[in-house]
Design a protein around this ligand. Structure first.
Ligand SMILES: Cc1ncc(COP(=O)(O)O)c(C=O)c1O
Length: 425
């Protein structure tokens, strides 16, 4: 079939998320004059005239099917590694056991470089290439750096990545393997961010920190567009999202607002739940205190759920706004419960979540128990990365091949490990 989609950008302008000040989209923009995240605004009537649901349904099942909702201009080349639509996987056994409504896992582990960071970086690096950027730097908990390194390799752009030195070893190696200058810092992601800003000042390289440019958010927005399309142009009752910097939370909300403004979905919106750790939960604390910003950075940050290790997110105000406007809330989970849940879900449902995804399940379970989630709510849990990125405990049993083999596996607990998920169920 011939793809007749106009390859034009429908961007009308960029808007300061704090003051509403408008800015032209004439070059790769970073933050607003008020040093706040910039939001991309579109001529949504023109988008609605350019594309129909039926036409969209005929397009290739990838994130670029939403091109009209993205910032790429007609002649801009997409830097792509093949970004598929990711599946919604039900957890029927756990649903029965917990007595709640439908639980759907949106499995972002299927994305290039094994995480949802591919969505934001595919678009941001495409825009950087379109605007002639030659060198990009970024702070990362691991997955974003891996995606940046891979997309920059693809685009022929130099990349420099600053990671906390306790980031998962596999992602550090992945970043270096894709050819980024990989710098390990004895500090947290905010310290890495300060170094990136200083480096950008000195060298003129582009700082691609979370929400310090408007494009990663637009790439992440495709999660919301895709989810609504997959559910037949409707939204679930509640979304659990492991929140560090918050681009996914903000991006999905933006997607629902845009689809609503176009009349593609009705007025219903999901309650957006920011999932964090009891060992780093600045958004949950600020939300519960009724604050509009994260005022104090969380201290000490000692969670092993790396994706949420952000003590004071730059986009904190926007995250809190989404939580409030959506009727959502924040939920802090215990790290050990997330570790146990990950093992239990792998064994009992065959779904291998990353720790952040498992944290969403723990949050769902605790909120169902305490009533903030209703038994008939349809919940979507975001598994933002492949479970294989999170490391595994040792497994298997050794045998002597000269001796009789216990083929039936008597006394063997399948898939068991030291982090058995039976507890905490
Ligand atoms: C696996 C995983 N989950 C969640 C997050 C948090 O994402 P966001 O920055 O959109 O809040 C990250 C970010 O590093 C991550 O790698």
């Amino acid at each position: 079939m011939v793809d007749r989609s106009p390859k034009a950008s429908f961007v009308s302008h960029l808007e300061c998320s704090r003051t509403g000040e408008r800015t032209e989209h004439d070059r790769f923009r970073t933050v607003s004059n008020a040093n706040a995240p910039l939001l991309v605004r579109y001529d949504l009537d023109a988008v609605a005239n350019a594309i129909s649901k039926e036409e969209l349904a005929r397009r290739a099942p990838d994130m670029w099917r939403y091109r009209e909702w993205l910032t790429l201009g007609p002649d801009d080349e997409i830097v792509s590694l093949g970004e598929p639509m990711t599946p919604l996987i039900p957890l029927p056994r756990l649903r029965r056991e917990l007595g709640g409504g439908e639980i759907l896992v949106k499995d972002e582990g299927r994305m290039p470089t094994g995480s949802f960071k591919a969505r934001g970086l595919a678009l941001a690096v495409s825009m950087a290439k379109a605007f002639g950027v030659k060198h990009i730097a970024m702070p990362t908990a691991g997955n974003a750096g891996a995606a940046l390194a891979a997309y920059c390799a693809r685009a022929g752009i130099k990349s420099t990545v600053f990671c906390p030195d306790d980031a998962p070893e596999i992602t550090i190696r992945e970043i270096a393997y894709h050819g980024a200058d990989t710098i390990l810092v004895n500090g947290l992601i905010n310290h890495c961010g300060e170094l990136v800003a200083a480096g950008a000042q000195e060298t003129g390289c582009l700082d691609l920190s979370t929400l310090k440019e408007p494009y990663r958010l637009e790439g992440k927005k495709t999660m919301g567009l895709e989810l609504a399309e997959q559910l037949g142009w409707r939204v679930p009752d509640v979304i659990f999202y492991p929140t560090g910097g918050g681009t996914g939370l903000i991006g999905m909300w933006k997607a629902f607002e845009e689809l609503g403004a176009m009349g593609w979905i009705d007025a219903k919106r999901p309650r957006m739940v920011a999932v964090q750790s009891t060992r780093c939960g600045p958004l949950v604390r600020a939300f519960d205190a009724g604050h509009e910003e994260v005022i104090e950075p969380w201290e000490p940050v000692d969670t092993k759920i790396h994706g949420v290790r952000v003590p004071k997110p730059f986009g904190g105000r926007l995250c809190l706004q989404v939580m409030r406007e959506s009727g959502g809330f924040g939920s802090m989970v215990d790290d050990d419960e997330a570790v146990a849940a990950r093992a239990m879900i792998a064994r009992d449902e065959g779904v291998h979540l990353c720790l952040e995804g498992a944290a969403c399940f723990v949050a769902y379970r605790q909120e169902l128990k305490n009533g903030r989630v209703k038994p008939d709510d349809e919940a979507v849990l975001f598994n933002c990365a492949s479970g294989l990125k999170a490391g595994l405990p040792p497994g298997g049993r050794h045998i002597d091949r000269a001796k009789p083999v216990d083929f039936a596996g008597h006394g063997v607990q399948n898939g068991s490990d030291n982090n058995s998920g039976r507890q905490g169920r």
